[in-house]
Design a protein around this ligand. Structure first.
Ligand SMILES: *Cc1c(COP(=O)(O)O)cnc(C)c1O
Length: 371
């Protein structure tokens, strides 16, 4: 699904020099590389504060801890996403409220959010799924009306833009009260291990978060709040310092591959390709995910695997049907879109190194099965 080897081969020199510097200075934890990355990412995103941490799941958890959410508070999030989002809500003894998504962008449904709000609702966690920004303008309006926090799960969409109706562009992850991202190797900005970060424009919240990532310490050996140990290590920061300047180029390569896929599939009655928005850059294609309609999706997947083409179903089971997150309040009729998507979606290889020949082989193979 990804080709990290070819990508590394092209940037080997800079990455190695950057890592070597960490080894030479022995500043393995909170070294200058981490600080440099924090500043560069703040500049890139146009956000006041970046707080680096150990991984994307921690980033979400720490964001929720920093907002002071209490056990029993209801947190609304999407039914169709990776489990990390709902996992941290449950871990903090908050009450996850899963809601359906929209068919056209696979992101959290605005109508479903509105229906799920109760007096106990405290936060909404939109996930910018597969690299496509959720409708932040509508989500922020609901949050304002009901006095809710918005925590953006931006693990899949770093670099994507959200354009509001007045034409203002902001980076996904920087619009809500707080945003969280992951630098897992296969993410759009990936390091060579685990890594993550939290973003916010709120000075007081940033201060709180910086303490929480470091055992709740604001002054050495003074523990003011219960914190965690969640650090981005200097070697991973060194890798990210070498790769951040290439992020726009990487996202453009993904968009280019997506465009080529979609041209090949255009007009096919069994294929619904993701929309490509040339105007606002709202989709950075962490995944290129098709809907296969009125055709044998699983058969197509097997056909591609038999030809040596990696492909995957993200995600095969709705979160509301997962053993860990079942809740008697959920009714199947509340999740028509997620229940449909898990039957129809198929993600094709998507990374920065796809060439025309590979794309043609993949699209030809899809079309040959569907006829
Ligand atoms: C990858 C991912 C995470 C978790 O990130 P890790 O760094 O693996 O902990 C959270 N949410 C979404 C949507 C993700 O894709």
């Amino acid at each position: 699904m990804v080709d990290l080897k070819s990508q590394y081969d092209k940037i080997k020199e800079t990455v190695n020099v950057s890592i070597q510097e960490v080894l030479d200075t022995n500043a393995y934890i909170n070294g200058p590389e981490v600080h440099k990355f924090q500043k560069s990412l703040e500049d890139y995103l146009g956000v006041k504060h970046v707080i680096p941490c150990a991984n994307g799941t921690d980033a979400l958890q720490i964001a929720m801890m920093g907002l002071g959410l209490q056990p029993g508070d209801e947190v609304i999030t999407a039914d169709f996403t990776f489990a990390a989002t709902v996992e941290v809500i449950a871990l903090l003894q908050l009450t996850p409220v899963l809601v359906d998504v929209d068919l056209y962008n696979m992101n959290i449904s605005i109508e479903a959010i509105k229906k799920a709000i109760t007096p106990k609702t405290k936060a909404i966690v939109p996930v910018h799924l597969f690299g496509r920004a959720a409708n932040m303008e509508a989500i922020m309006a609901i949050a304002k009306e009901h006095n809710l926090f918005v925590i953006e799960d931006n693990a899949q969409a770093i670099g994507a833009n959200c354009k509001s109706s007045d034409g203002v562009k902001q980076k996904a992850g920087t619009i809500g009260h707080v945003g969280a991202t992951s630098f897992f190797p296969s993410k759009n900005l990936g390091c060579y291990g685990d890594g993550g970060a939290i973003f916010t424009n709120d000075d007081a919240l940033a201060h709180t978060l910086r303490g929480i990532v470091n055992h709740g310490m604001y002054e050495r050996y003074h523990h003011d709040v219960v914190g965690v140990n969640s650090r981005l290590d200097s070697i991973q920061a060194a890798v990210l310092n070498a790769k951040l300047p290439l992020l726009d180029q990487y996202n453009a390569a993904r968009q280019d591959a997506a465009r080529k896929y979609s041209i090949a599939f255009e007009g096919h009655e069994n294929i619904v390709a993701p929309q490509i928005c040339d105007i606002c850059d709202c989709h950075v294609f962490h995944q290129y995910t098709l809907r296969i309609v009125n055709a044998d999706r699983n058969g197509l997947m097997q056909h591609l695997l038999d030809k040596g083409i990696p492909c995957a179903i993200y995600y095969p089971i709705p979160l509301h049907s997962q053993k860990a997150y079942k809740d008697e309040r959920y009714k199947e009729e509340d999740f028509p879109v997620t229940n449909q998507l898990v039957q129809e979606v198929l993600s094709l290889p998507m990374h920065t190194e796809l060439d025309d020949e590979q794309i043609k082989f993949i699209t030809d193979s899809v079309l040959e099965f569907l006829k």
